[in-house]
Design a protein around this ligand. Structure first.
Ligand code: SGN
Ligand code: CA
Length: 532
C-alpha cells in the first residue's frame, strides 16, 4: 500500500511538472521598428512576389497569423508604451515620441517577475530612462545606429562592433545560452531597430534585389484628391520629401558635408557612415558607387525620378527586413538547440505599419491602413493551429494581457485590452470588440501629420482631424481598400456616418479618452485656409 501511495505521489508529481511546463511557456517576442505587414510574404500584400520574409512566413505556417491587427497610435515610443502597460496613450502618459515614459507605472514584465518569470529586453526601447521590470537588458540610445552601435547596459554604455540587427540577436542568443536562470520560465523581448529610416542594410545584403524590379504600389502617384486637407499638407512624400542624400545615400561618403538644411545629421545615413570601419565603408562604396553612377547617367526627372527613388528605398527597406528575417531564424535555431522550442511561444510583431510608397509616401502616423496595421504572428506549440488565420480585430493594447494569461499571472482590471489567448486557442468569443480605437498626437513634428482619432470596424473607418477645423474622413474598406473615396458628408451615406460617429463616441467614453481635441490655431492652419 505504502509503495502504491509513493508511486501515486510520484506520478502526480510528474503530472504537475508536465502541466506546469505546458501551462507556463516561455515567450520570445521579436519586435521590429516600422515593418509593415504588406512587406511580409504571409500577409499576401503587393510585395509578396519578392519573397521578402521566408522565415516569418514559415512561422505563420506553423502558427496563427492575425489579419486584422492594429496599433492604437502609429508611432514608435507610444506603441511600445501601450504594449508594456496594456493601456491607451492617454492613460499610460506616453502620447508622442517627445515624452518620457514613467517606468514606475504598472507594466506586464514587473507582474511576470512577481509570478516567477525571468524577463529580458534587448534592442530598441525608445521610451527614455532606465528600463524597469527586466532582469537583464541592453537598449539602444534613442533610435540607435545601424553600424557599430552604442548600447546602454545596466552598468553603462559601450560600443559593440557589427551590424545592429546582428548585435541585438547576439545579445539575445548569449542570454538564452549562458545567462538565463534555467529553473524559471522567461519572456524575452528582442526589439530590432530595422527596418527604420534610414534603411541601412547589413553588408551581406547590399546587393540583394539588384537584379529585380520591386512591384510598385497601386497608389504610388496618389494625389489625395478626395481626402480632407491634411493628406495634402504632410511632409512624407517620396517625391518632395525623401532626400537623395539623407535617405538614399546617393553620393554619400563620410567626408561629404551635408547641406545646412539637413538638421537631423545625428541620425542620418551620413552619421552612420562616419561610424563605419574602413572595411565596412569599402564594401559599402563598392555596392553603392556603381548604382550612383548609373543614376547620374540616367538624368531622371518627374515620375521617372520618383520611380527610381521608390526602387532604391524599397530595396533598402527590404534588405533591412531580410536581416530581421534571418535574426528570427537564428533565435529559433537557438531555441531548438537548447531544447526550448516545444515550450516557447514565438511571436513576431512590429511597432506599427509603414508606407512603402503607398499613397506616394514613406513613414507612418496616419490612421490609414498601411500604417495602422501591425504584423502579429504567434506560434504557440500545441496551442495555435498550424497555418491558421484569425480575423478578429486586435490591437497592441492586448499584448500585455495576453502575455499575463499565457503565464498564468493575474490581469489587472485597469488594463484596457483583452487577452488574445482564447483566439489563439481557436475559440470564437461572441463578445469580441467590434471596433478599434485610435488616437495620434504628435503635431507639429517631423513629417507634419496632424493629430487625429478614429474608429475602425471590420468594414468601415471614420477619422477626425480636429486641429484645424472639423475635418472628417469615412471609408468603406470592403469596396475601397485603398481608401481613395471619402464618403464623409455624402447624403447617401448619412446614416452610416451617424452610426459610426456614435460608435466612435462610445469607444472614446469606454476608454476614457478626455484628451483636448479643441481646435488649435497654428501656422499650418492659416496655410490651409489660404489654400481653400
Ligand atoms: C525619426 C525619423 C522620422 C521618423 C521618426 C519617428 N527621422 O525622426 O522619419 O518618423 O524618427 O520614428 S530620422 O532621420 O531620424 O530617421 S519612430 O519609429 O521612432 O517613431
Ligand atoms: Ca516605429
Amino acid at each position: 500500500m505504502k509503495r502504491f501511495v509513493t508511486l501515486f505521489t510520484l506520478f502526480a508529481g510528474l503530472l504537475t511538472v508536465a502541466e506546469a511546463k505546458s501551462e507556463r511557456p516561455n515567450i520570445l517576442f521579436v519586435f521590429t521598428d516600422d515593418h509593415a505587414p504588406h512587406a511580409i510574404g504571409a500577409y499576401n500584400g503587393w510585395l509578396k512576389s519578392v519573397n521578402p520574409t521566408p522565415v516569418i512566413d514559415k512561422l505563420a505556417r506553423e502558427g496563427m497569423l492575425f489579419e486584422k491587427s492594429f496599433c492604437s497610435n502609429s508611432i514608435c515610443g507610444p506603441s511600445r508604451a501601450v504594449i508594456l502597460s496594456g493601456k491607451h496613450s492617454h492613460k499610460n502618459g506616453f502620447m508622442n515620441n517627445g515624452n518620457s515614459f514613467d517606468w514606475n507605472q504598472q507594466i506586464f514584465p514587473k507582474i511576470l517577475r512577481k509570478n516567477g518569470y525571468q524577463t529580458a529586453l534587448y534592442g530598441k526601447s525608445h521610451l527614455k530612462g532606465k528600463p524597469q521590470g527586466f532582469d537583464d537588458w541592453a537598449v539602444l540610445p534613442g533610435q540607435g545606429l545601424y553600424y557599430n552601435p552604442d548600447m546602454i547596459f545596466a552598468d553603462g554604455r559601450r560600443r559593440i562592433d557589427g551590424y545592429c540587427t546582428d548585435v541585438v540577436t547576439d545579445l539575445a542568443v548569449n542570454w538564452l545560452k549562458d545567462k538565463r536562470d534555467k529553473s524559471k520560465p522567461f519572456v524575452m523581448m528582442v526589439q530590432h531597430k530595422a527596418p527604420h529610416r534610414n534603411w541601412m542594410p547589413a553588408l551581406r545584403h547590399l546587393d540583394l534585389y539588384d537584379d529585380i524590379t520591386i512591384p510598385e504600389p497601386p497608389t504610388l502617384f496618389d494625389k489625395w484628391e478626395d481626402n480632407a486637407p491634411p493628406a495634402r499638407h504632410q511632409e512624407l512624400e517620396i517625391d518632395r520629401h525623401m532626400d537623395l542624400n539623407y535617405d538614399l545615400f546617393v553620393d554619400l561618403t563620410p567626408e561629404f558635408n551635408q547641406p545646412p538644411s539637413q538638421k537631423r545629421q545625428d541620425r542620418s545615413a551620413w552619421h552612420n557612415m562616419k561610424r563605419m570601419s574602413k572595411e565596412q565603408l569599402t564594401k559599402w562604396r563598392a555596392a553603392y558607387g556603381p548604382k550612383d553612377e548609373a543614376f547620374h547617367k540616367a538624368k531622371l526627372k518627374g515620375k521617372d525620378l520618383v520611380r527610381w527613388k521608390f526602387q532604391r528605398y524599397a530595396k533598402n527597406y527590404l534588405r533591412c527586413v531580410k536581416g530581421v528575417d534571418e535574426s528570427i531564424g537564428r533565435l529559433q535555431d537557438t531555441l531548438k538547440e537548447l531544447g526550448l522550442d516545444d515550450n516557447t511561444v514565438v511571436i513576431y510583431s512590429s511597432d506599427q505599419g509603414f508606407y512603402i510608397g503607398d499613397h506616394g509616401w514613406y513613414d507612418k502616423r496616419w490612421m490609414y491602413e498601411e500604417s495602422l496595421m501591425m504584423p502579429f504572428i504567434v506560434k504557440w506549440p500545441g496551442v495555435t493551429k498550424p497555418g491558421s488565420r484569425n480575423r478578429n480585430l486586435i490591437q497592441n493594447l492586448d499584448y500585455a494581457e495576453t502575455f499575463l494569461e499565457m503565464a498564468g499571472a493575474p490581469i489587472p482590471s485597469d488594463m484596457q485590452g483583452r487577452s488574445l489567448v482564447p483566439l489563439l486557442k481557436g475559440q470564437k468569443p461572441d463578445d469580441w470588440r467590434k471596433g478599434i480605437y485610435y488616437h495620434y498626437y504628435e503635431y507639429p513634428s517631423v513629417h507634419m501629420v496632424p493629430r487625429h482619432y478614429g474608429i475602425r470596424t471590420q468594414r468601415y473607418k471614420l477619422m477626425h482631424f480636429y486641429q484645424f477645423g472639423n475635418e472628417w474622413e469615412l471609408y468603406d474598406l470592403k469596396s475601397d481598400p485603398d481608401e481613395l473615396t471619402n464618403l464623409y458628408g455624402k447624403p447617401e451615406h448619412a446614416k452610416l456616418q451617424k452610426r459610426m460617429k456614435n460608435r466612435l463616441a462610445k469607444l472614446q467614453q469606454h476608454y476614457e479618452d478626455n484628451s483636448d481635441i479643441s481646435e488649435k490655431p497654428d501656422s499650418w492652419k492659416s496655410q490651409m485656409r489660404a489654400e481653400k
